[in-house]
Design a protein around this ligand. Structure first.
Ligand code: ADP
Length: 662
């Protein structure tokens, strides 16, 4: 058992008691010395009828109480124990000198025969006035203090053994005083002073309390029923007979009752008080027992709950020893791994773990068992009984109060094979998607680029045809020529748009910090003619710096602003650009007072070649917003619109803080 020295002795801890007791004894010693020095009798003797404490006794009390104080945290500091041993030895030697003096009739308690023993004389003068019982007690206490100071369990036990006669003597003297039986406190004609005896009793209690782990004190200090009962009964056993005896003697002395009645009363009092004590003890035992039984029931229920959880858990659970062998496994684990319970109990972590993943798990388990980490969680491959491989997520932890080396640990085992397969599948699909997207972009680019050449030839020859044959052609042929030229031009525009669109997605990213005001200025510069022609009012709030592709941002703003100008109503176009912070992104908005859009078209307008109006109403190919969407998506952002027909539209796009990137 680890010695703590802080057992709780109702209502205070043993350490506090020792502090208070040694303080009180020192105070009594100091008061006595002061009483002698200043000649104040009340300080050295409680009543003029009784003897006074001798100077030697007061000094011994001071030394021994200080020794007890030092021993209070004895295990920590060896120098304290050495000092306590020295103080104990001096106290014991002084006590022995005094006793020796009495044995050889060299000392009577009040005067010394200095001439009788020239060598012993000066020594005996030091213990002058010490009663013989006091001398015996100091010898015993001194010896006990030395034994306690040595510190080991056995010597401390021996120290407490030595304290037993000292305590009995102190108690006898106390009984003598209380019952006024002089022979109990007066040996060889020298009384033990009453204050000396009080100090002895307190000191004895302190010496016992200073080590609560000895064979004697263990049962008093324990947190069990035994300790509880002992602490409760001992004061009653020490005090009750004394009280009853005192009452009887006082009753007889004052003539309240005769000796026979006194004996009868004592018998009755004993019976009654012990009956009470037995009742109180029985009640306490009953309560303790009840609490214990309740605790046991609670424990059983909690175990039952745990067992149910363990057995019926939807995940595998295993308890393992420090070598990784299975101590307990639940049904789910058996079914995941395909083993029977008995088969699994003969296996260890190594047997079920894929050999490539075992070192990783075992390194973590070692750290866990060494107390370096409270738990770990890893994903590893396991081998089932039939040899198939499954993926598992293992979360292990060790008991919280298991000190440095845990004797067991517990692992939760989840089968995550399906999730891993789904993840693998998703990864494959994503790679495939990226590849096919690239192919498509490449295709669109190559197709539109290569289409331009023959188209240019067709348009060129149609032009030549028109120049040469225009005059000779009839009206129908002229119509055909005109329509062919227009068709070729339109196709050229479409191919150009397609090229722009495919470039918006395939251009290598050139992401850098960009002050959006610069991009806006560039866009407005490109739109200068349209702005002036239409008398457009463009206003903007403060714009932030973001990480983006500068030319694409310019194109984005340009497309949105040109749409706002194009889809105007009768009044002057009024366009406002602003930006606000969203969660981890900037949200830009371009607000106009144009014709607006019905909300059923909010999605469609961002698709390529999708338009809401005929070309005769508003020019365009339906590519502008599709390009905007591509640009924003390349920046990992989003684009959307809010609008009311006849009132105007607000186009929003968001750009993440960290900028875009493919
Ligand atoms: P285009 O401008 O070439 O028609 P866009 O892709 O730029 O193609 O726009 C798609 C459609 O969205 C437009 O035809 C128009 O009907 C609608 N639209 C775009 N911007 C606005 C706007 N600011 N106000 C009203 N309608 C708009």
């Amino acid at each position: 058992m680890k010695y703590e020295g802080r057992h709780r002795f109702f209502p205070i801890t043993s350490a506090t008691f020792v502090m208070a007791a040694t303080g009180t004894v020192s105070l009594i010693g100091c008061a006595t010395l002061l009483g002698w020095a200043m000649d104040v009798p009340v300080l050295r003797q409680i009543s003029p009828r009784w003897n006074a404490m001798s100077i030697a006794s007061a000094v011994c009390f001071l030394m021994s109480s200080f020794a007890v104080f030092l021993l209070q945290r004895s295990r920590a500091a060896p120098f304290r124990r050495i000092a306590a041993c020295m103080l104990g030895s001096i106290t014991g030697i002084l006590g022995l000198i005094s006793v020796t003096g009495y044995i050889f009739h060299l000392q009577t308690g009040n005067e010394m025969y200095l001439g009788a023993a020239p060598l012993l004389g000066p020594l005996l003068s030091m213990t002058s006035g010490m009663a013989v019982i006091t001398g015996i007690n100091f010898s015993l206490i001194g010896c006990a203090l030395v034994l306690l100071g040595i510190g080991g369990g056995h010597s401390a036990g021996a120290g407490h053994l030595v304290m037993l006669p000292a305590s009995v003597l102190a108690y006898l003297v106390f009984v003598g005083y209380v019952l006024d039986v002089r022979s109990l406190y007066d040996l060889l004609g020298i009384e033990v002073a009453f204050n000396t005896d009080i100090a002895f009793m307190i000191l004895c209690a302190a010496v016992f309390m200073v080590r609560t782990d000895t064979w004697l004190m263990r049962y008093f200090a324990g947190d069990d029923v035994g300790g509880f009962m002992a602490r409760r009964l001992l004061p009653a056993l020490l005090g009750l007979p004394l009280l009853i005896g005192w009452l009887r003697i006082e009753g007889e002395r004052t003539g309240l009752f005769t000796s026979e009645i006194g004996v009868a009363l004592v018998a009755i009092s004993y019976t009654l008080s012990f009956a009470c004590l037995v009742w109180v003890t029985a009640r306490s035992l009953h309560r303790t027992d009840l609490a214990r039984r309740q605790a046991e029931t609670f424990l059983r229920q909690s175990e039952e709950r745990f067992r149910l959880l363990f057995q019926q858990a939807a995940v595998g659970i295993k308890r393992l020893d420090p070598q990784g062998r299975f101590l307990e496994v639940n049904d789910k684990l058996c079914s995941i791994l395909g083993y029977s319970r008995d088969e699994l109990l003969g296996l260890s972590v190594r047997d079920i773990t894929h050999e490539d993943d075992f070192p990783l798990e075992w390194a973590e388990a070692m750290r866990l068992l060494a107390g370096e980490i409270p738990s770990y969680s890893i994903e590893k491959r396991c081998v089932r009984k039939d040899g198939s491989i499954i993926w598992s997520r293992v979360t292990s932890s060790r008991p919280l109060d298991s000190g440095e080396a845990a004797e067991w640990w517990i692992s939760i085992f989840e089968d995550i094979t399906q999730r891993r397969q789904a993840e693998e599948e998703a990864r494959r699909t994503a790679t495939e998607l990226i590849r096919s997207n690239r192919d498509l972009e490449q295709f669109a680019y190559v197709a539109s680029h290569d289409l331009q050449e023959p188209l240019r030839a067709v348009a060129g020859f149609m032009g030549i045809l028109r120049n040469r044959c225009w005059n000779g052609a009839d009206a129908e042929a002229r119509d055909f020529i005109k329509l062919s030229i227009e068709g070729a031009e339109r196709m050229q525009t479409l191919i150009n748009d397609l090229l722009t669109f495919s470039r918006a997605g395939s251009r290598m990213g050139n992401f850098a910090p960009l002050y959006m005001k610069d991009a806006l200025d560039a866009a407005l510069k490109n739109l200068l003619v349209a702005i002036e022609e239409n008398g457009v009012i463009v206003t903007a709030d403060t714009l932030p710096t973001i990480t983006a592709d500068a030319s694409q941002m310019t194109q984005l703003l340009q497309n949105l602003i040109s749409n706002a100008i194009k889809f105007r109503r009768r009044e002057r176009p009024d366009i406002h650009i602003s930006a606000r912070r969203g969660e981890g992104r900037w949200i830009f908005s371009i607000r106009d007072n144009g014709i607006g859009i019905e909300n059923q078209y909010f999605e469609r307008i961002f698709m390529i070649f999708q338009r809401l109006h005929s070309r005769s109403e508003y020019g365009g190919n339906g590519i502008g917003l599709a390009v905007c969407k591509r640009i924003v998506e390349r920046h990992n952002g989003a684009i959307w619109v809010e609008s009311k027909p006849g009132e105007g539209s607000i186009f929003y796009f968001s750009i993440p803080d960290k900028g875009g990137g493919e």
